[in-house]
Unconditional design. Structure first.
Ligand SMILES: [Zn+2]
Ligand SMILES: [Zn+2]
Length: 536
């Protein structure tokens, strides 16, 4: 032992921070990704090979705080940009290129050949395969959508309004998407927009912590179904709002749970609607779910339908009777039957006008993006016994509720799920909605209408990158000059995670210093001008 070394006790050693954890903390502090992905970049002109670390891009803070925060600020930018637009966003697609037109022509020829062969009773396996490959090429060539509808036509059900739904005047929806301007007495014009919060109805009185005052009478079943169909209900609401207001209302919306674990939705809406009008639209909005009845449990516990290999179908384990298929069960719903579920919003809503660039606007964007880096279930931690019991009861209610036509739970009610396959067990459906992470809502957390900012998230990301490059005074690298490939763990140049993390911290620190320097320089250049401005 050298003289310089100091002997430490075990307790002292345990109190010393773990070097690797400090690296990770530092990475988070600098905003560096803590799970950087290693790519090998080859310069095609010079043959030089470089190792490049790219951020993992995860949106959950529990996985990567830095990437999640970047994703959140990107959403905030998207929200801000669309909320108070003064001009219609340009969403006209570019004209098709020569290349794109060629692929479509080839696809058309293949379809003609295939249909000809099919009507002649010939084998069309190869032609179908060709058609699928061509469809992929069409996507690769930068065209949106498919040339043919993917699914067979949806079955049509009567969507006649229920008696108890108040009627809503319908206007022709014009293509306008920007809100109206108002002129104040002093001649100033302004274009307000709205921040709305819509909630689910009451399932029973709740305390301040969101737990039911009387858990026995709290309607967990209804709460579960409303959560499962929340996104569809919101869709219906927007449809009604557009018809009622007569223009193509645009929105940026975020779905998150309330303390009582029911979802609610914050909506940044372009343009305005009065509270009275909003109340009318909400009262008229409902979403009917026409699913087979689940009022009678036919198989419970260990009793469950068995898969018949020969018939590729589920049968009753005792009688061998083939259970009705999904389509048969749907067809059995009679005209006198009630819908399986009718989802509605609650009476309580919140609506406020917001002016562009105001403090309110910034605060609302904060609300809209606050919980985006968390799983639904992590937004409110159940800490007390009452909260934990409430979460458990809600999870129980979700367990046997069918989440979709494909759900294994249909077997419990003696119905084969759509696309039935072996191995389905009621109560063990793999659908996300049943898991505690999702609390019944498995859809996307952010819903943005198509003409919100006229840009995709990728466009907003590119905007940010361009701004950065411009600030730093760097020109973008020409993507055509490089090839990129992922580095696999067995490769000689593979860096293990802890080394990658060290590099990520160093890269980020250098980059931040460069950005600060660029800003300082920009400020210096601006100063003389503003000084002149003051004198004048
Ligand atoms: Zn990351
Ligand atoms: Zn399910």
């Amino acid at each position: 032992m050298t003289d310089g070394a100091i002997k430490t006790t075990r307790a002292q050693r345990l109190a010393m921070p773990l070097a690797r954890e400090v690296v990770q903390d530092l990475a988070v502090e600098h905003g560096a990704c803590i799970r950087p992905v290693q790519l090998r970049r080859t310069n095609l002109d010079t043959g030089d090979v470089e190792q490049v670390l790219v951020p993992c891009g995860h949106t959950l803070a529990s996985v990567c705080p830095s990437c999640a925060e970047r994703a959140r600020t990107l959403r905030a930018a998207q929200c801000r940009e669309g909320w108070h637009l003064e001009h219609e966003p340009v969403t006209d697609p570019d004209p098709a290129t020569e290349d794109q037109r060629w692929w479509i022509q080839t696809r058309a020829d293949a379809q003609a050949l295939r249909d000809q062969a099919a009507s002649a009773g010939q084998d069309i396996g190869d032609l179908d395969e060709l058609v699928t490959e061509l469809d992929d090429e069409i996507t690769n060539a930068g065209m949106r959508g498919k040339v043919l509808p993917a699914r067979p036509a949806r079955r049509h059900r009567s969507t006649k309004r229920r008696q108890d739904a108040p009627d809503l005047p319908r206007r022709k929806v014009r293509s306008r998407t920007v809100g109206k301007t108002y002129t104040a007495p002093d001649g100033k014009t302004f274009r307000p927009s709205m921040f709305l919060t819509l909630t689910c109805p009451s399932y029973g009185r709740v305390r301040d912590d969101g737990t039911p005052a009387d858990p026995g009478s709290y309607d967990y079943g209804r709460a579960a179904r409303d959560a499962l169909h929340f996104a569809a209900l919101f869709d219906r609401f927007m449809q009604n709002l557009r018809r009622f207001l007569g223009y193509d209302v645009q929105y940026f919306a975020a779905i998150e749970p309330q303390r009582r674990l029911a979802p609610h939705i914050h909506i940044a809406m372009r343009g305005t609607v009065s509270r009275a009008e909003l109340r009318r639209v909400l009262a008229a909005t409902y979403h009917q779910v026409w699913w087979p009845s689940t009022s009678a449990v036919r198989f419970d516990g260990d009793e469950r339908p068995v898969w018949d290999e020969h018939g590729c179908t589920y049968v009753d384990p005792y009688t061998g009777e083939v259970l009705p298929t999904w389509d048969q069960a749907l067809d059995a719903i009679g005209s006198e039957d009630e819908p399986w579920h009718v989802a509605r919003f609650g009476d309580r809503f919140d609506a406020q006008g917001v002016l562009p660039g105001s403090k309110d606007s910034a605060r609302c964007i904060g609300y809209l993006t606050k919980y985006l880096t968390k799983q639904v279930a992590d937004c409110h931690q159940a800490s007390t016994d009452a909260e934990q019991a409430h979460t458990a009861r809600f999870a129980d209610a979700l367990r046997f509720e069918p989440c979709s036509p494909l759900c294994a739970n249909w077997l419990r009610y003696g119905i084969q799920p759509k696309n039935a396959r072996p191995g389905l067990i009621p109560g063990a459906c793999k659908g996300k909605a049943h898991t505690r992470d999702h609390l019944g809502y498995a859809g996307r957390r952010v819903l943005v209408s198509r003409k919100w900012s006229g840009k995709t998230l990728a466009d907003h990301r590119a905007d940010r990158k361009n701004w950065l490059l411009a600030t730093l005074g760097v020109s973008a690298t020409d993507p055509g000059r490089y090839t990129w490939e992922p580095v696999a763990p067995g490769d000689p140049d593979h860096m293990e995670h802890s080394r990658r993390l060290l590099h990520a911290v160093a890269d980020r620190a250098r980059w931040r210093a460069a950005l600060m320097e660029a800003r300082r320089r920009a400020a210096e250049q601006l100063e003389p001008e503003s000084a002149i401005g003051k004198v004048a």
